[in-house]
Write a protein that binds this ligand. Sequence first.
Ligand code: PEP
Length: 251
Amino acid sequence: MAARRPLIAGNWKMNGLKLDGLTLAQAVAQDVGKPGAVGCELLVCPPATLVMTIAHVLVGSSVGLGGQDCHAKVSGAHTGDISAAMLRDAGAAYVIVGHSERRTDHGESDAQVLAKAQAAQAAGLTAIICIGETEAQYVAGQTLDVLSRQIAGSVPDGAKAAATVVAYEPVWAIGTGRTPTNDEIAAAHAHIRKELAKRTADAAAVRLLYGGSVKPSNAAEILRLPDVDGALVGGASLIAADFAAIARSCP
Ligand code: PEP
């Protein structure tokens, strides 16, 4: 099997003014951001307003930088939107696309998420493509079907592992303190990899992240599950010590 370096990515969402972001990024960089400090790759995804500022703070550290969303177009009359090239220009190497909060709050469809992932990759960014079932779908036993549909609809055909990460985030686990069982997480990740193989020859090398209420107390057991190659962390990524503890939990 291809070697997959675990990735711990922090999604700060719409949190933090300049001083908060600088303080948090500095704390993460000083704690776990020294080259070789942890065995995984680290990434923070601040609000767009802070990307360029935080890029300066992270110079010399091994913490990477990502955006939380991008527009599918390169430029144009799209007031309030940000292109993938702009994120790259500001210092980002990654961008999250299709987060469930974007799918819900902004009605983003699989087709739109696909277009964003393609735009991100065309601009030289690695796309972190989020998928995951709602609570109703989970209760109805539809998780694997939903994941199949979202992968078919939002992962670019022939996606290269270097430019593609897939994050499995059950919508009902985000910010709730609830998580699927370890068996359910492992089954979902195995299914995702199998479905990815229908779209890309690189499926074995694509990193799959689990996201949804990851915290220091559950990170180690989740991160050691087969086919789990890291975590997308929301709330706990806003606390430097918690994010660092999760990073240290990487096998
Ligand atoms: C997220 O929003 O991507 C997320 C995983 O949030 P939390 O860790 O707070 O559940």
